[in-house]
Design a protein around this ligand. Structure first.
Ligand code: 5GP
Ligand code: ZN
Length: 137
């Protein structure tokens, strides 16, 4: 289902032209308009889902398989030195477009975003880690 107010629904379905690099019946992959690095692209499902929580299981499975395929293709064509796959859910997590998407970000030695995708490690106690494990398992 498409959402008439969603820009990614329009881009993924070809209602608005975009720099598409791959398309199948479920997804379009197109270049990010404000790329972190050369080749930064987005995997976008054609059906609207706001985020990972809303994404159907079948689409979720296909998305990771497509990410693997695109990573191989883009690495071969671009000659990048590494690759980030990034997926944000919710404003606090950096999501700005509320239609599920996966970022495909080729990484290059000395690229301008060298430290961009790194978080600050913390040092919780064993008790704190045990409590989280107890909560989640
Ligand atoms: P988010 O922050 O939601 O994870 O990522 C949204 C991404 O979509 C950003 O990297 C942004 O540059 C990209 N973006 C937003 N609007 C457009 C658009 O109209 N066209 C394209 N190609 N990319 C867009
Ligand atoms: Zn949408």
């Amino acid at each position: 289902m498409k959402d008439d107010n969603c820009i990614f629904c329009k881009l993924a379905n070809g209602d608005i032209p975009t720099r598409s690099i791959y398309e199948d019946e479920t997804f379009r992959v197109f270049l990010d308009a404000a790329p972190a690095t050369k080749g930064h692209a987005l995997i976008v499902p054609k059906d609207h889902a706001a985020n990972l929580y809303e994404l159907p299981d079948e689409t979720a499975g296909k998305a990771l398989i497509l990410a693997k395929k695109m990573a191989a293709h883009m690495t071969e064509k671009l000659g990048c030195d590494g690759f980030n796959v990034v997926q944000n859910n919710g404003e606090i997590a950096g999501q700005t477009v509320f239609h599920f998407h996966m970022h495909l970000i080729p990484r290059y030695k000395d690229d301008a975003n060298m430290n961009r995708f790194v978080w600050n490690p913390t040092s919780p106690s064993d008790e704190e880690l045990d409590a989280v494990q107890g909560l989640l398992k």
